[in-house]
Design a protein around this ligand. Structure first.
Ligand code: NDP
Ligand code: 2IT
Length: 451
């Protein structure tokens, strides 16, 4: 007879909050998943008695370390680095690295927790992890970024490996940073392995990895619309962010015949009622990624557009909304504004961009709402394909990879329907994604016994 009581959701969450004080992002992410999983587990004794959710919500390990580096002026700078290895029940830990001043243990624990379900949803054999640092790449020279990346990897290298833990990019970590980190890993270990993904094409990277998250988020959106007999063509989209995910989401919306009217960064948003076409998207990519400029400059460059300092774009009327910047960037009132303005679908390119209350409002309004763990899984999915190509020591063709990405996003949509279809025409994609992701990880954990 099991000695463990069946706790209810409230008691479970009390425990999570007690054990993780001052970690609001982490407890928020656990709450959002637990709300669905407790319903699902109702009649499943084994998940309860084996404490599966409690175990997934306790990272396998959290590694934290000091990162020292020297800036161009000769000052010694000290940053914090982390790698959260959340769960490797179905494959090596896998997930990005974020460099941003807002990075804390709580942020990385939430991201690693989410990643565990997301990676399971892709159908590929990847566990969940996330890492990063409170390093701020803004305003730093290339050499400063290089020295920081080398110092970061000088500690991280001992915790990762192609079959152990495979990091990639995230906010503030793109091709340049992956290059510096891969170079340092190779130098220290004298091994050329697929230890990172998002690599350059010259040294083991995969075609379409840069595009995959944004494209995937739009493929998922298109699947949701198709399920209702609709499509992206002719629709107006509001997008936040102007980095990797946002620009590629904008590109795919445009390719499918939609019109993107906003993009943003941490300084505010630009509104272009004429539409942000491919030429303008190319300008944003150049300006934000290569010149490391500000989105506000867009309004000086393109006639008819306006910049709204310190504001977010969710009050602009649209059919489709794609939050693609950061966590908690769309709150309850903004969710209501979108609903009141007639938006029909939201696809989260970012991780947990909608607050818990915002999510509840979208669900209550029964609009199509794709949570990040489903909608933005295209990036890590192509990372998984990059791992396969590295293991095989060959590269697949772009057309093959495009098709695989589309298939994977359609597969995730099908898995969400399997557990999220409410039987009355409404699909609760949050519930579907949480349960489908949980079940795969949970069943693997049951097979391993108590570990
Ligand atoms: P980038 O660094 O390329 O771009 C981030 C964008 O978000 C920038 O426009 C940035 O503005 C803005 N932003 C970042 N932090 C804040 C903030 N605190 N407030 C307002 N704006 C902010 O990152 P990505 O595009 O790669 O990542 C965006 C989101 O997508 C993140 O949530 C990430 O976790 C998620 N994601 C990324 C994947 C990937 O493959 N890259 C995969 C799956 C999810 P500014 O320039 O002013 O900093
Ligand atoms: O949040 C994410 O899924 C990512 N940042 C991508 C992770 C990866 O390993 O490609």
């Amino acid at each position: 007879m099991a000695v463990t009581d069946h706790v209810d959701l409230a008691t479970f969450m009390e425990g999570v909050k007690r054990r993780n004080p001052h970690q609001p992002e982490f407890t928020q992410a656990v709450q959002e998943v637990a709300e669905d999983i407790f319903d699902f587990m109702e009649d499943k004794e084994e998940y309860h008695s084996q404490q599966i959710l409690r175990r997934i919500a306790e990272p396998d390990r959290v590694i934290s370390f000091r990162v020292c580096w020297e800036d161009d002026a000769g000052n010694i700078r000290v940053q914090r680095g982390w790698r959260v290895q959340n769960n490797n029940a179905i494959g090596p830990y896998k997930g990005g690295i974020r460099f941003h001043p807002s990075v804390t243990e709580s942020v990385l624990k939430f991201l690693a927790f989410e990643q565990t379900f997301k990676n399971a949803l892709t159908g590929l054999p990847m566990g969940g992890g996330k890492g990063g640092s409170n390093f701020n790449p803004k305003g730093k020279s290339d050499r400063e970024v290089m020295r920081f990346c080398q110092s970061f990897m000088t500690e991280l290298y001992r915790h990762i490996g192609a079959d152990t833990d495979v990091p990639a990019g995230d906010i503030g970590v793109g091709g340049r940073e992956i290059g510096y980190m891969f170079g340092q890993y190779k130098r220290i270990t004298n091994q050329f392995t697929g230890v990172l993904t998002g690599k350059g094409m010259e040294y083991g990277g995969s075609m379409i990895r840069p595009e995959a998250t944004g494209y995937g988020a739009v493929y998922f959106l298109a699947e949701m619309l198709k399920h209702r007999g609709d499509g992206v063509k002719g629709k107006t989209a509001v997008i936040s962010g102007s980095g990797n995910v946002a620009t590629h989401a904008a590109e795919k919306i445009t390719q499918l015949g939609g019109k993107v009217v906003t993009m943003s960064d941490s300084g505010g948003f630009i509104h272009d009622p004429d539409g942000i076409d491919q030429e303008k998207i190319n300008w944003i990519k150049q300006h934000k990624t290569h010149r490391r400029g500000r989105i506000s400059d867009y309004a000086d460059e393109f006639m008819g557009s306006t910049f709204h300092p310190g504001k977010r774009p969710w009050h602009v009327k649209c059919d489709l909304a794609l939050p693609c910047a950061t966590q908690n960037e769309l709150d309850a009132d903004e969710a209501t504004a979108l609903i009141d303005n007639g938006s029909i679908a939201v696809s989260e390119g970012a991780n947990m961009p909608t607050t818990l209350e915002g999510t509840h409002r979208f669900k209550a309004a029964r609009i199509m709402f794709a949570p990040g763990k489903a909608a933005n899984a295209g990036g890590v999915a192509v990372s998984g394909l990059e791992m396969s190509q590295n293991s095989e020591r060959r590269s697949w063709k772009e057309e093959e990879l495009q098709q695989m990405l589309l298939d994977i996003m359609q597969g995730i949509h099908t898995r969400c329907i399997a557990y999220g279809d409410q039987g009355d025409g409404y699909v609760d994609y949050v519930k579907g994604a949480n349960i489908a992701g949980f079940k795969k990880v949970a069943d693997a954990m049951l097979a391993f016994g108590v570990v």
